[in-house]
Design a protein around this ligand. Sequence first.
Ligand code: NAP
Ligand code: ZN
Ligand code: ZN
Length: 361
Amino acid sequence: MINARLYALPSTGLFMPTTAHAIAAFAPDKPLGPHTIARRDPGPKDVAIEIQFCGICHSDIHFLRGEWGEIPYPAVAGHEIIGRVTAVGADVSKYAVGDTVGVGCLVDSCRSCPSCAEDLEQYCTNGSTGTYMGVDKHTGGPTYGGYSSSIVVDEDFVLRIPSNLDLAGAAPLLCAGITTFSPLKTWGVGAGSVVGVVGLGGLGHMGVKFAVAMGAEVVVFTTTPGKVADAKALGAHEVVISTDEEAMGRQAGRFDFILNTVAASHSLDPFVAALKRDGTMVLVGVPAEPHPSPSVMPLIFGRRRIAGSLIGGIKETQDMLDFCGEHNITSQIEKITRDDINTAHERVLKSDVKYRFVIVM
Ligand code: NAP
Ligand code: ZN
Ligand code: ZN
């Protein structure tokens, strides 16, 4: 909800902040708690959104705990946002008041560099603006994410949600969805591909759903035996317990593509060995501690590759949402209230989530 106007920014007078009720971190090692933040009034190209649902991504936890570097506190995370449009600026053409929309990991970029010109704003060479973890171009202050009652975003960074999708279940598509969809598309996964998905968490379970929908043969690698039945229910053809050395040995040379979503430092070697000649493993997890250096021989003998991938651009995010609409794909979620956020973060750290928490704002 857009609340009472606080004050006009003396610098421009154009953007008049309003208050939003957020859940913020105040220190890396303290529980999150209520906080009031300012949101700018919508400028000509802006869309004001009342947030209904926000997913909890493991990145929120890495960020709020300062695992990726020092951050300014109070900090507000959340980049899997679904909400309703409450106001639009005079020049907004794509959205109207009352529309259901989404906001993912990006709220701005330079729009002129080669990456932006190719709809790859996540790789903007001048630095895209994160929904959190960024600097708001309008206010000069930090961006605040979706653990909040409202947000104001340029219409070019707002997504349309297919009307057949459950809205809470659609929230995680905005990060977990696009982060797994994009590398599967980039590396041409389809019918005939043999795909491994490492780690069955928020990202991993979306990776399984997408790879199955794209027609691949899908094998899940998990450290949690209790997730085997779930992986199969999600469509995986086979599940391997990745801590079982013998079972891992039997996977040697099998995979065209492996999507590694693990959020913690681990040995990459058993997964490299599981790739075919010319196979690629894409890392999307960003652990606080680096992985041990992979052995070079298995990469050389087999021309295998380890690559990385960052979320996805706005156009591809819309393509992913439309794909989800066509295939009726949403995230498997557990809904929580604002009061449950700290418990939910602890459970994510214990890999005890099936398979994404979504805050009902
Ligand atoms: P998550 O829900 O916590 O899932 C991570 C999974 O990794 C866990 O469910 C667990 O699966 C496995 N795992 C956890 N600790 C492990 C360990 N010590 N050894 C082996 N496996 C372990 O996290 P998420 O939200 O999916 O995010 C995953 C990672 O991707 C995070 O680092 C996040 O920051 C990052 N991320 C990156 C991007 C990007 O653009 N590249 C975007 C979003 C998130 P099992 O129980 O099945 O083993
Ligand atoms: Zn995320
Ligand atoms: Zn750019």
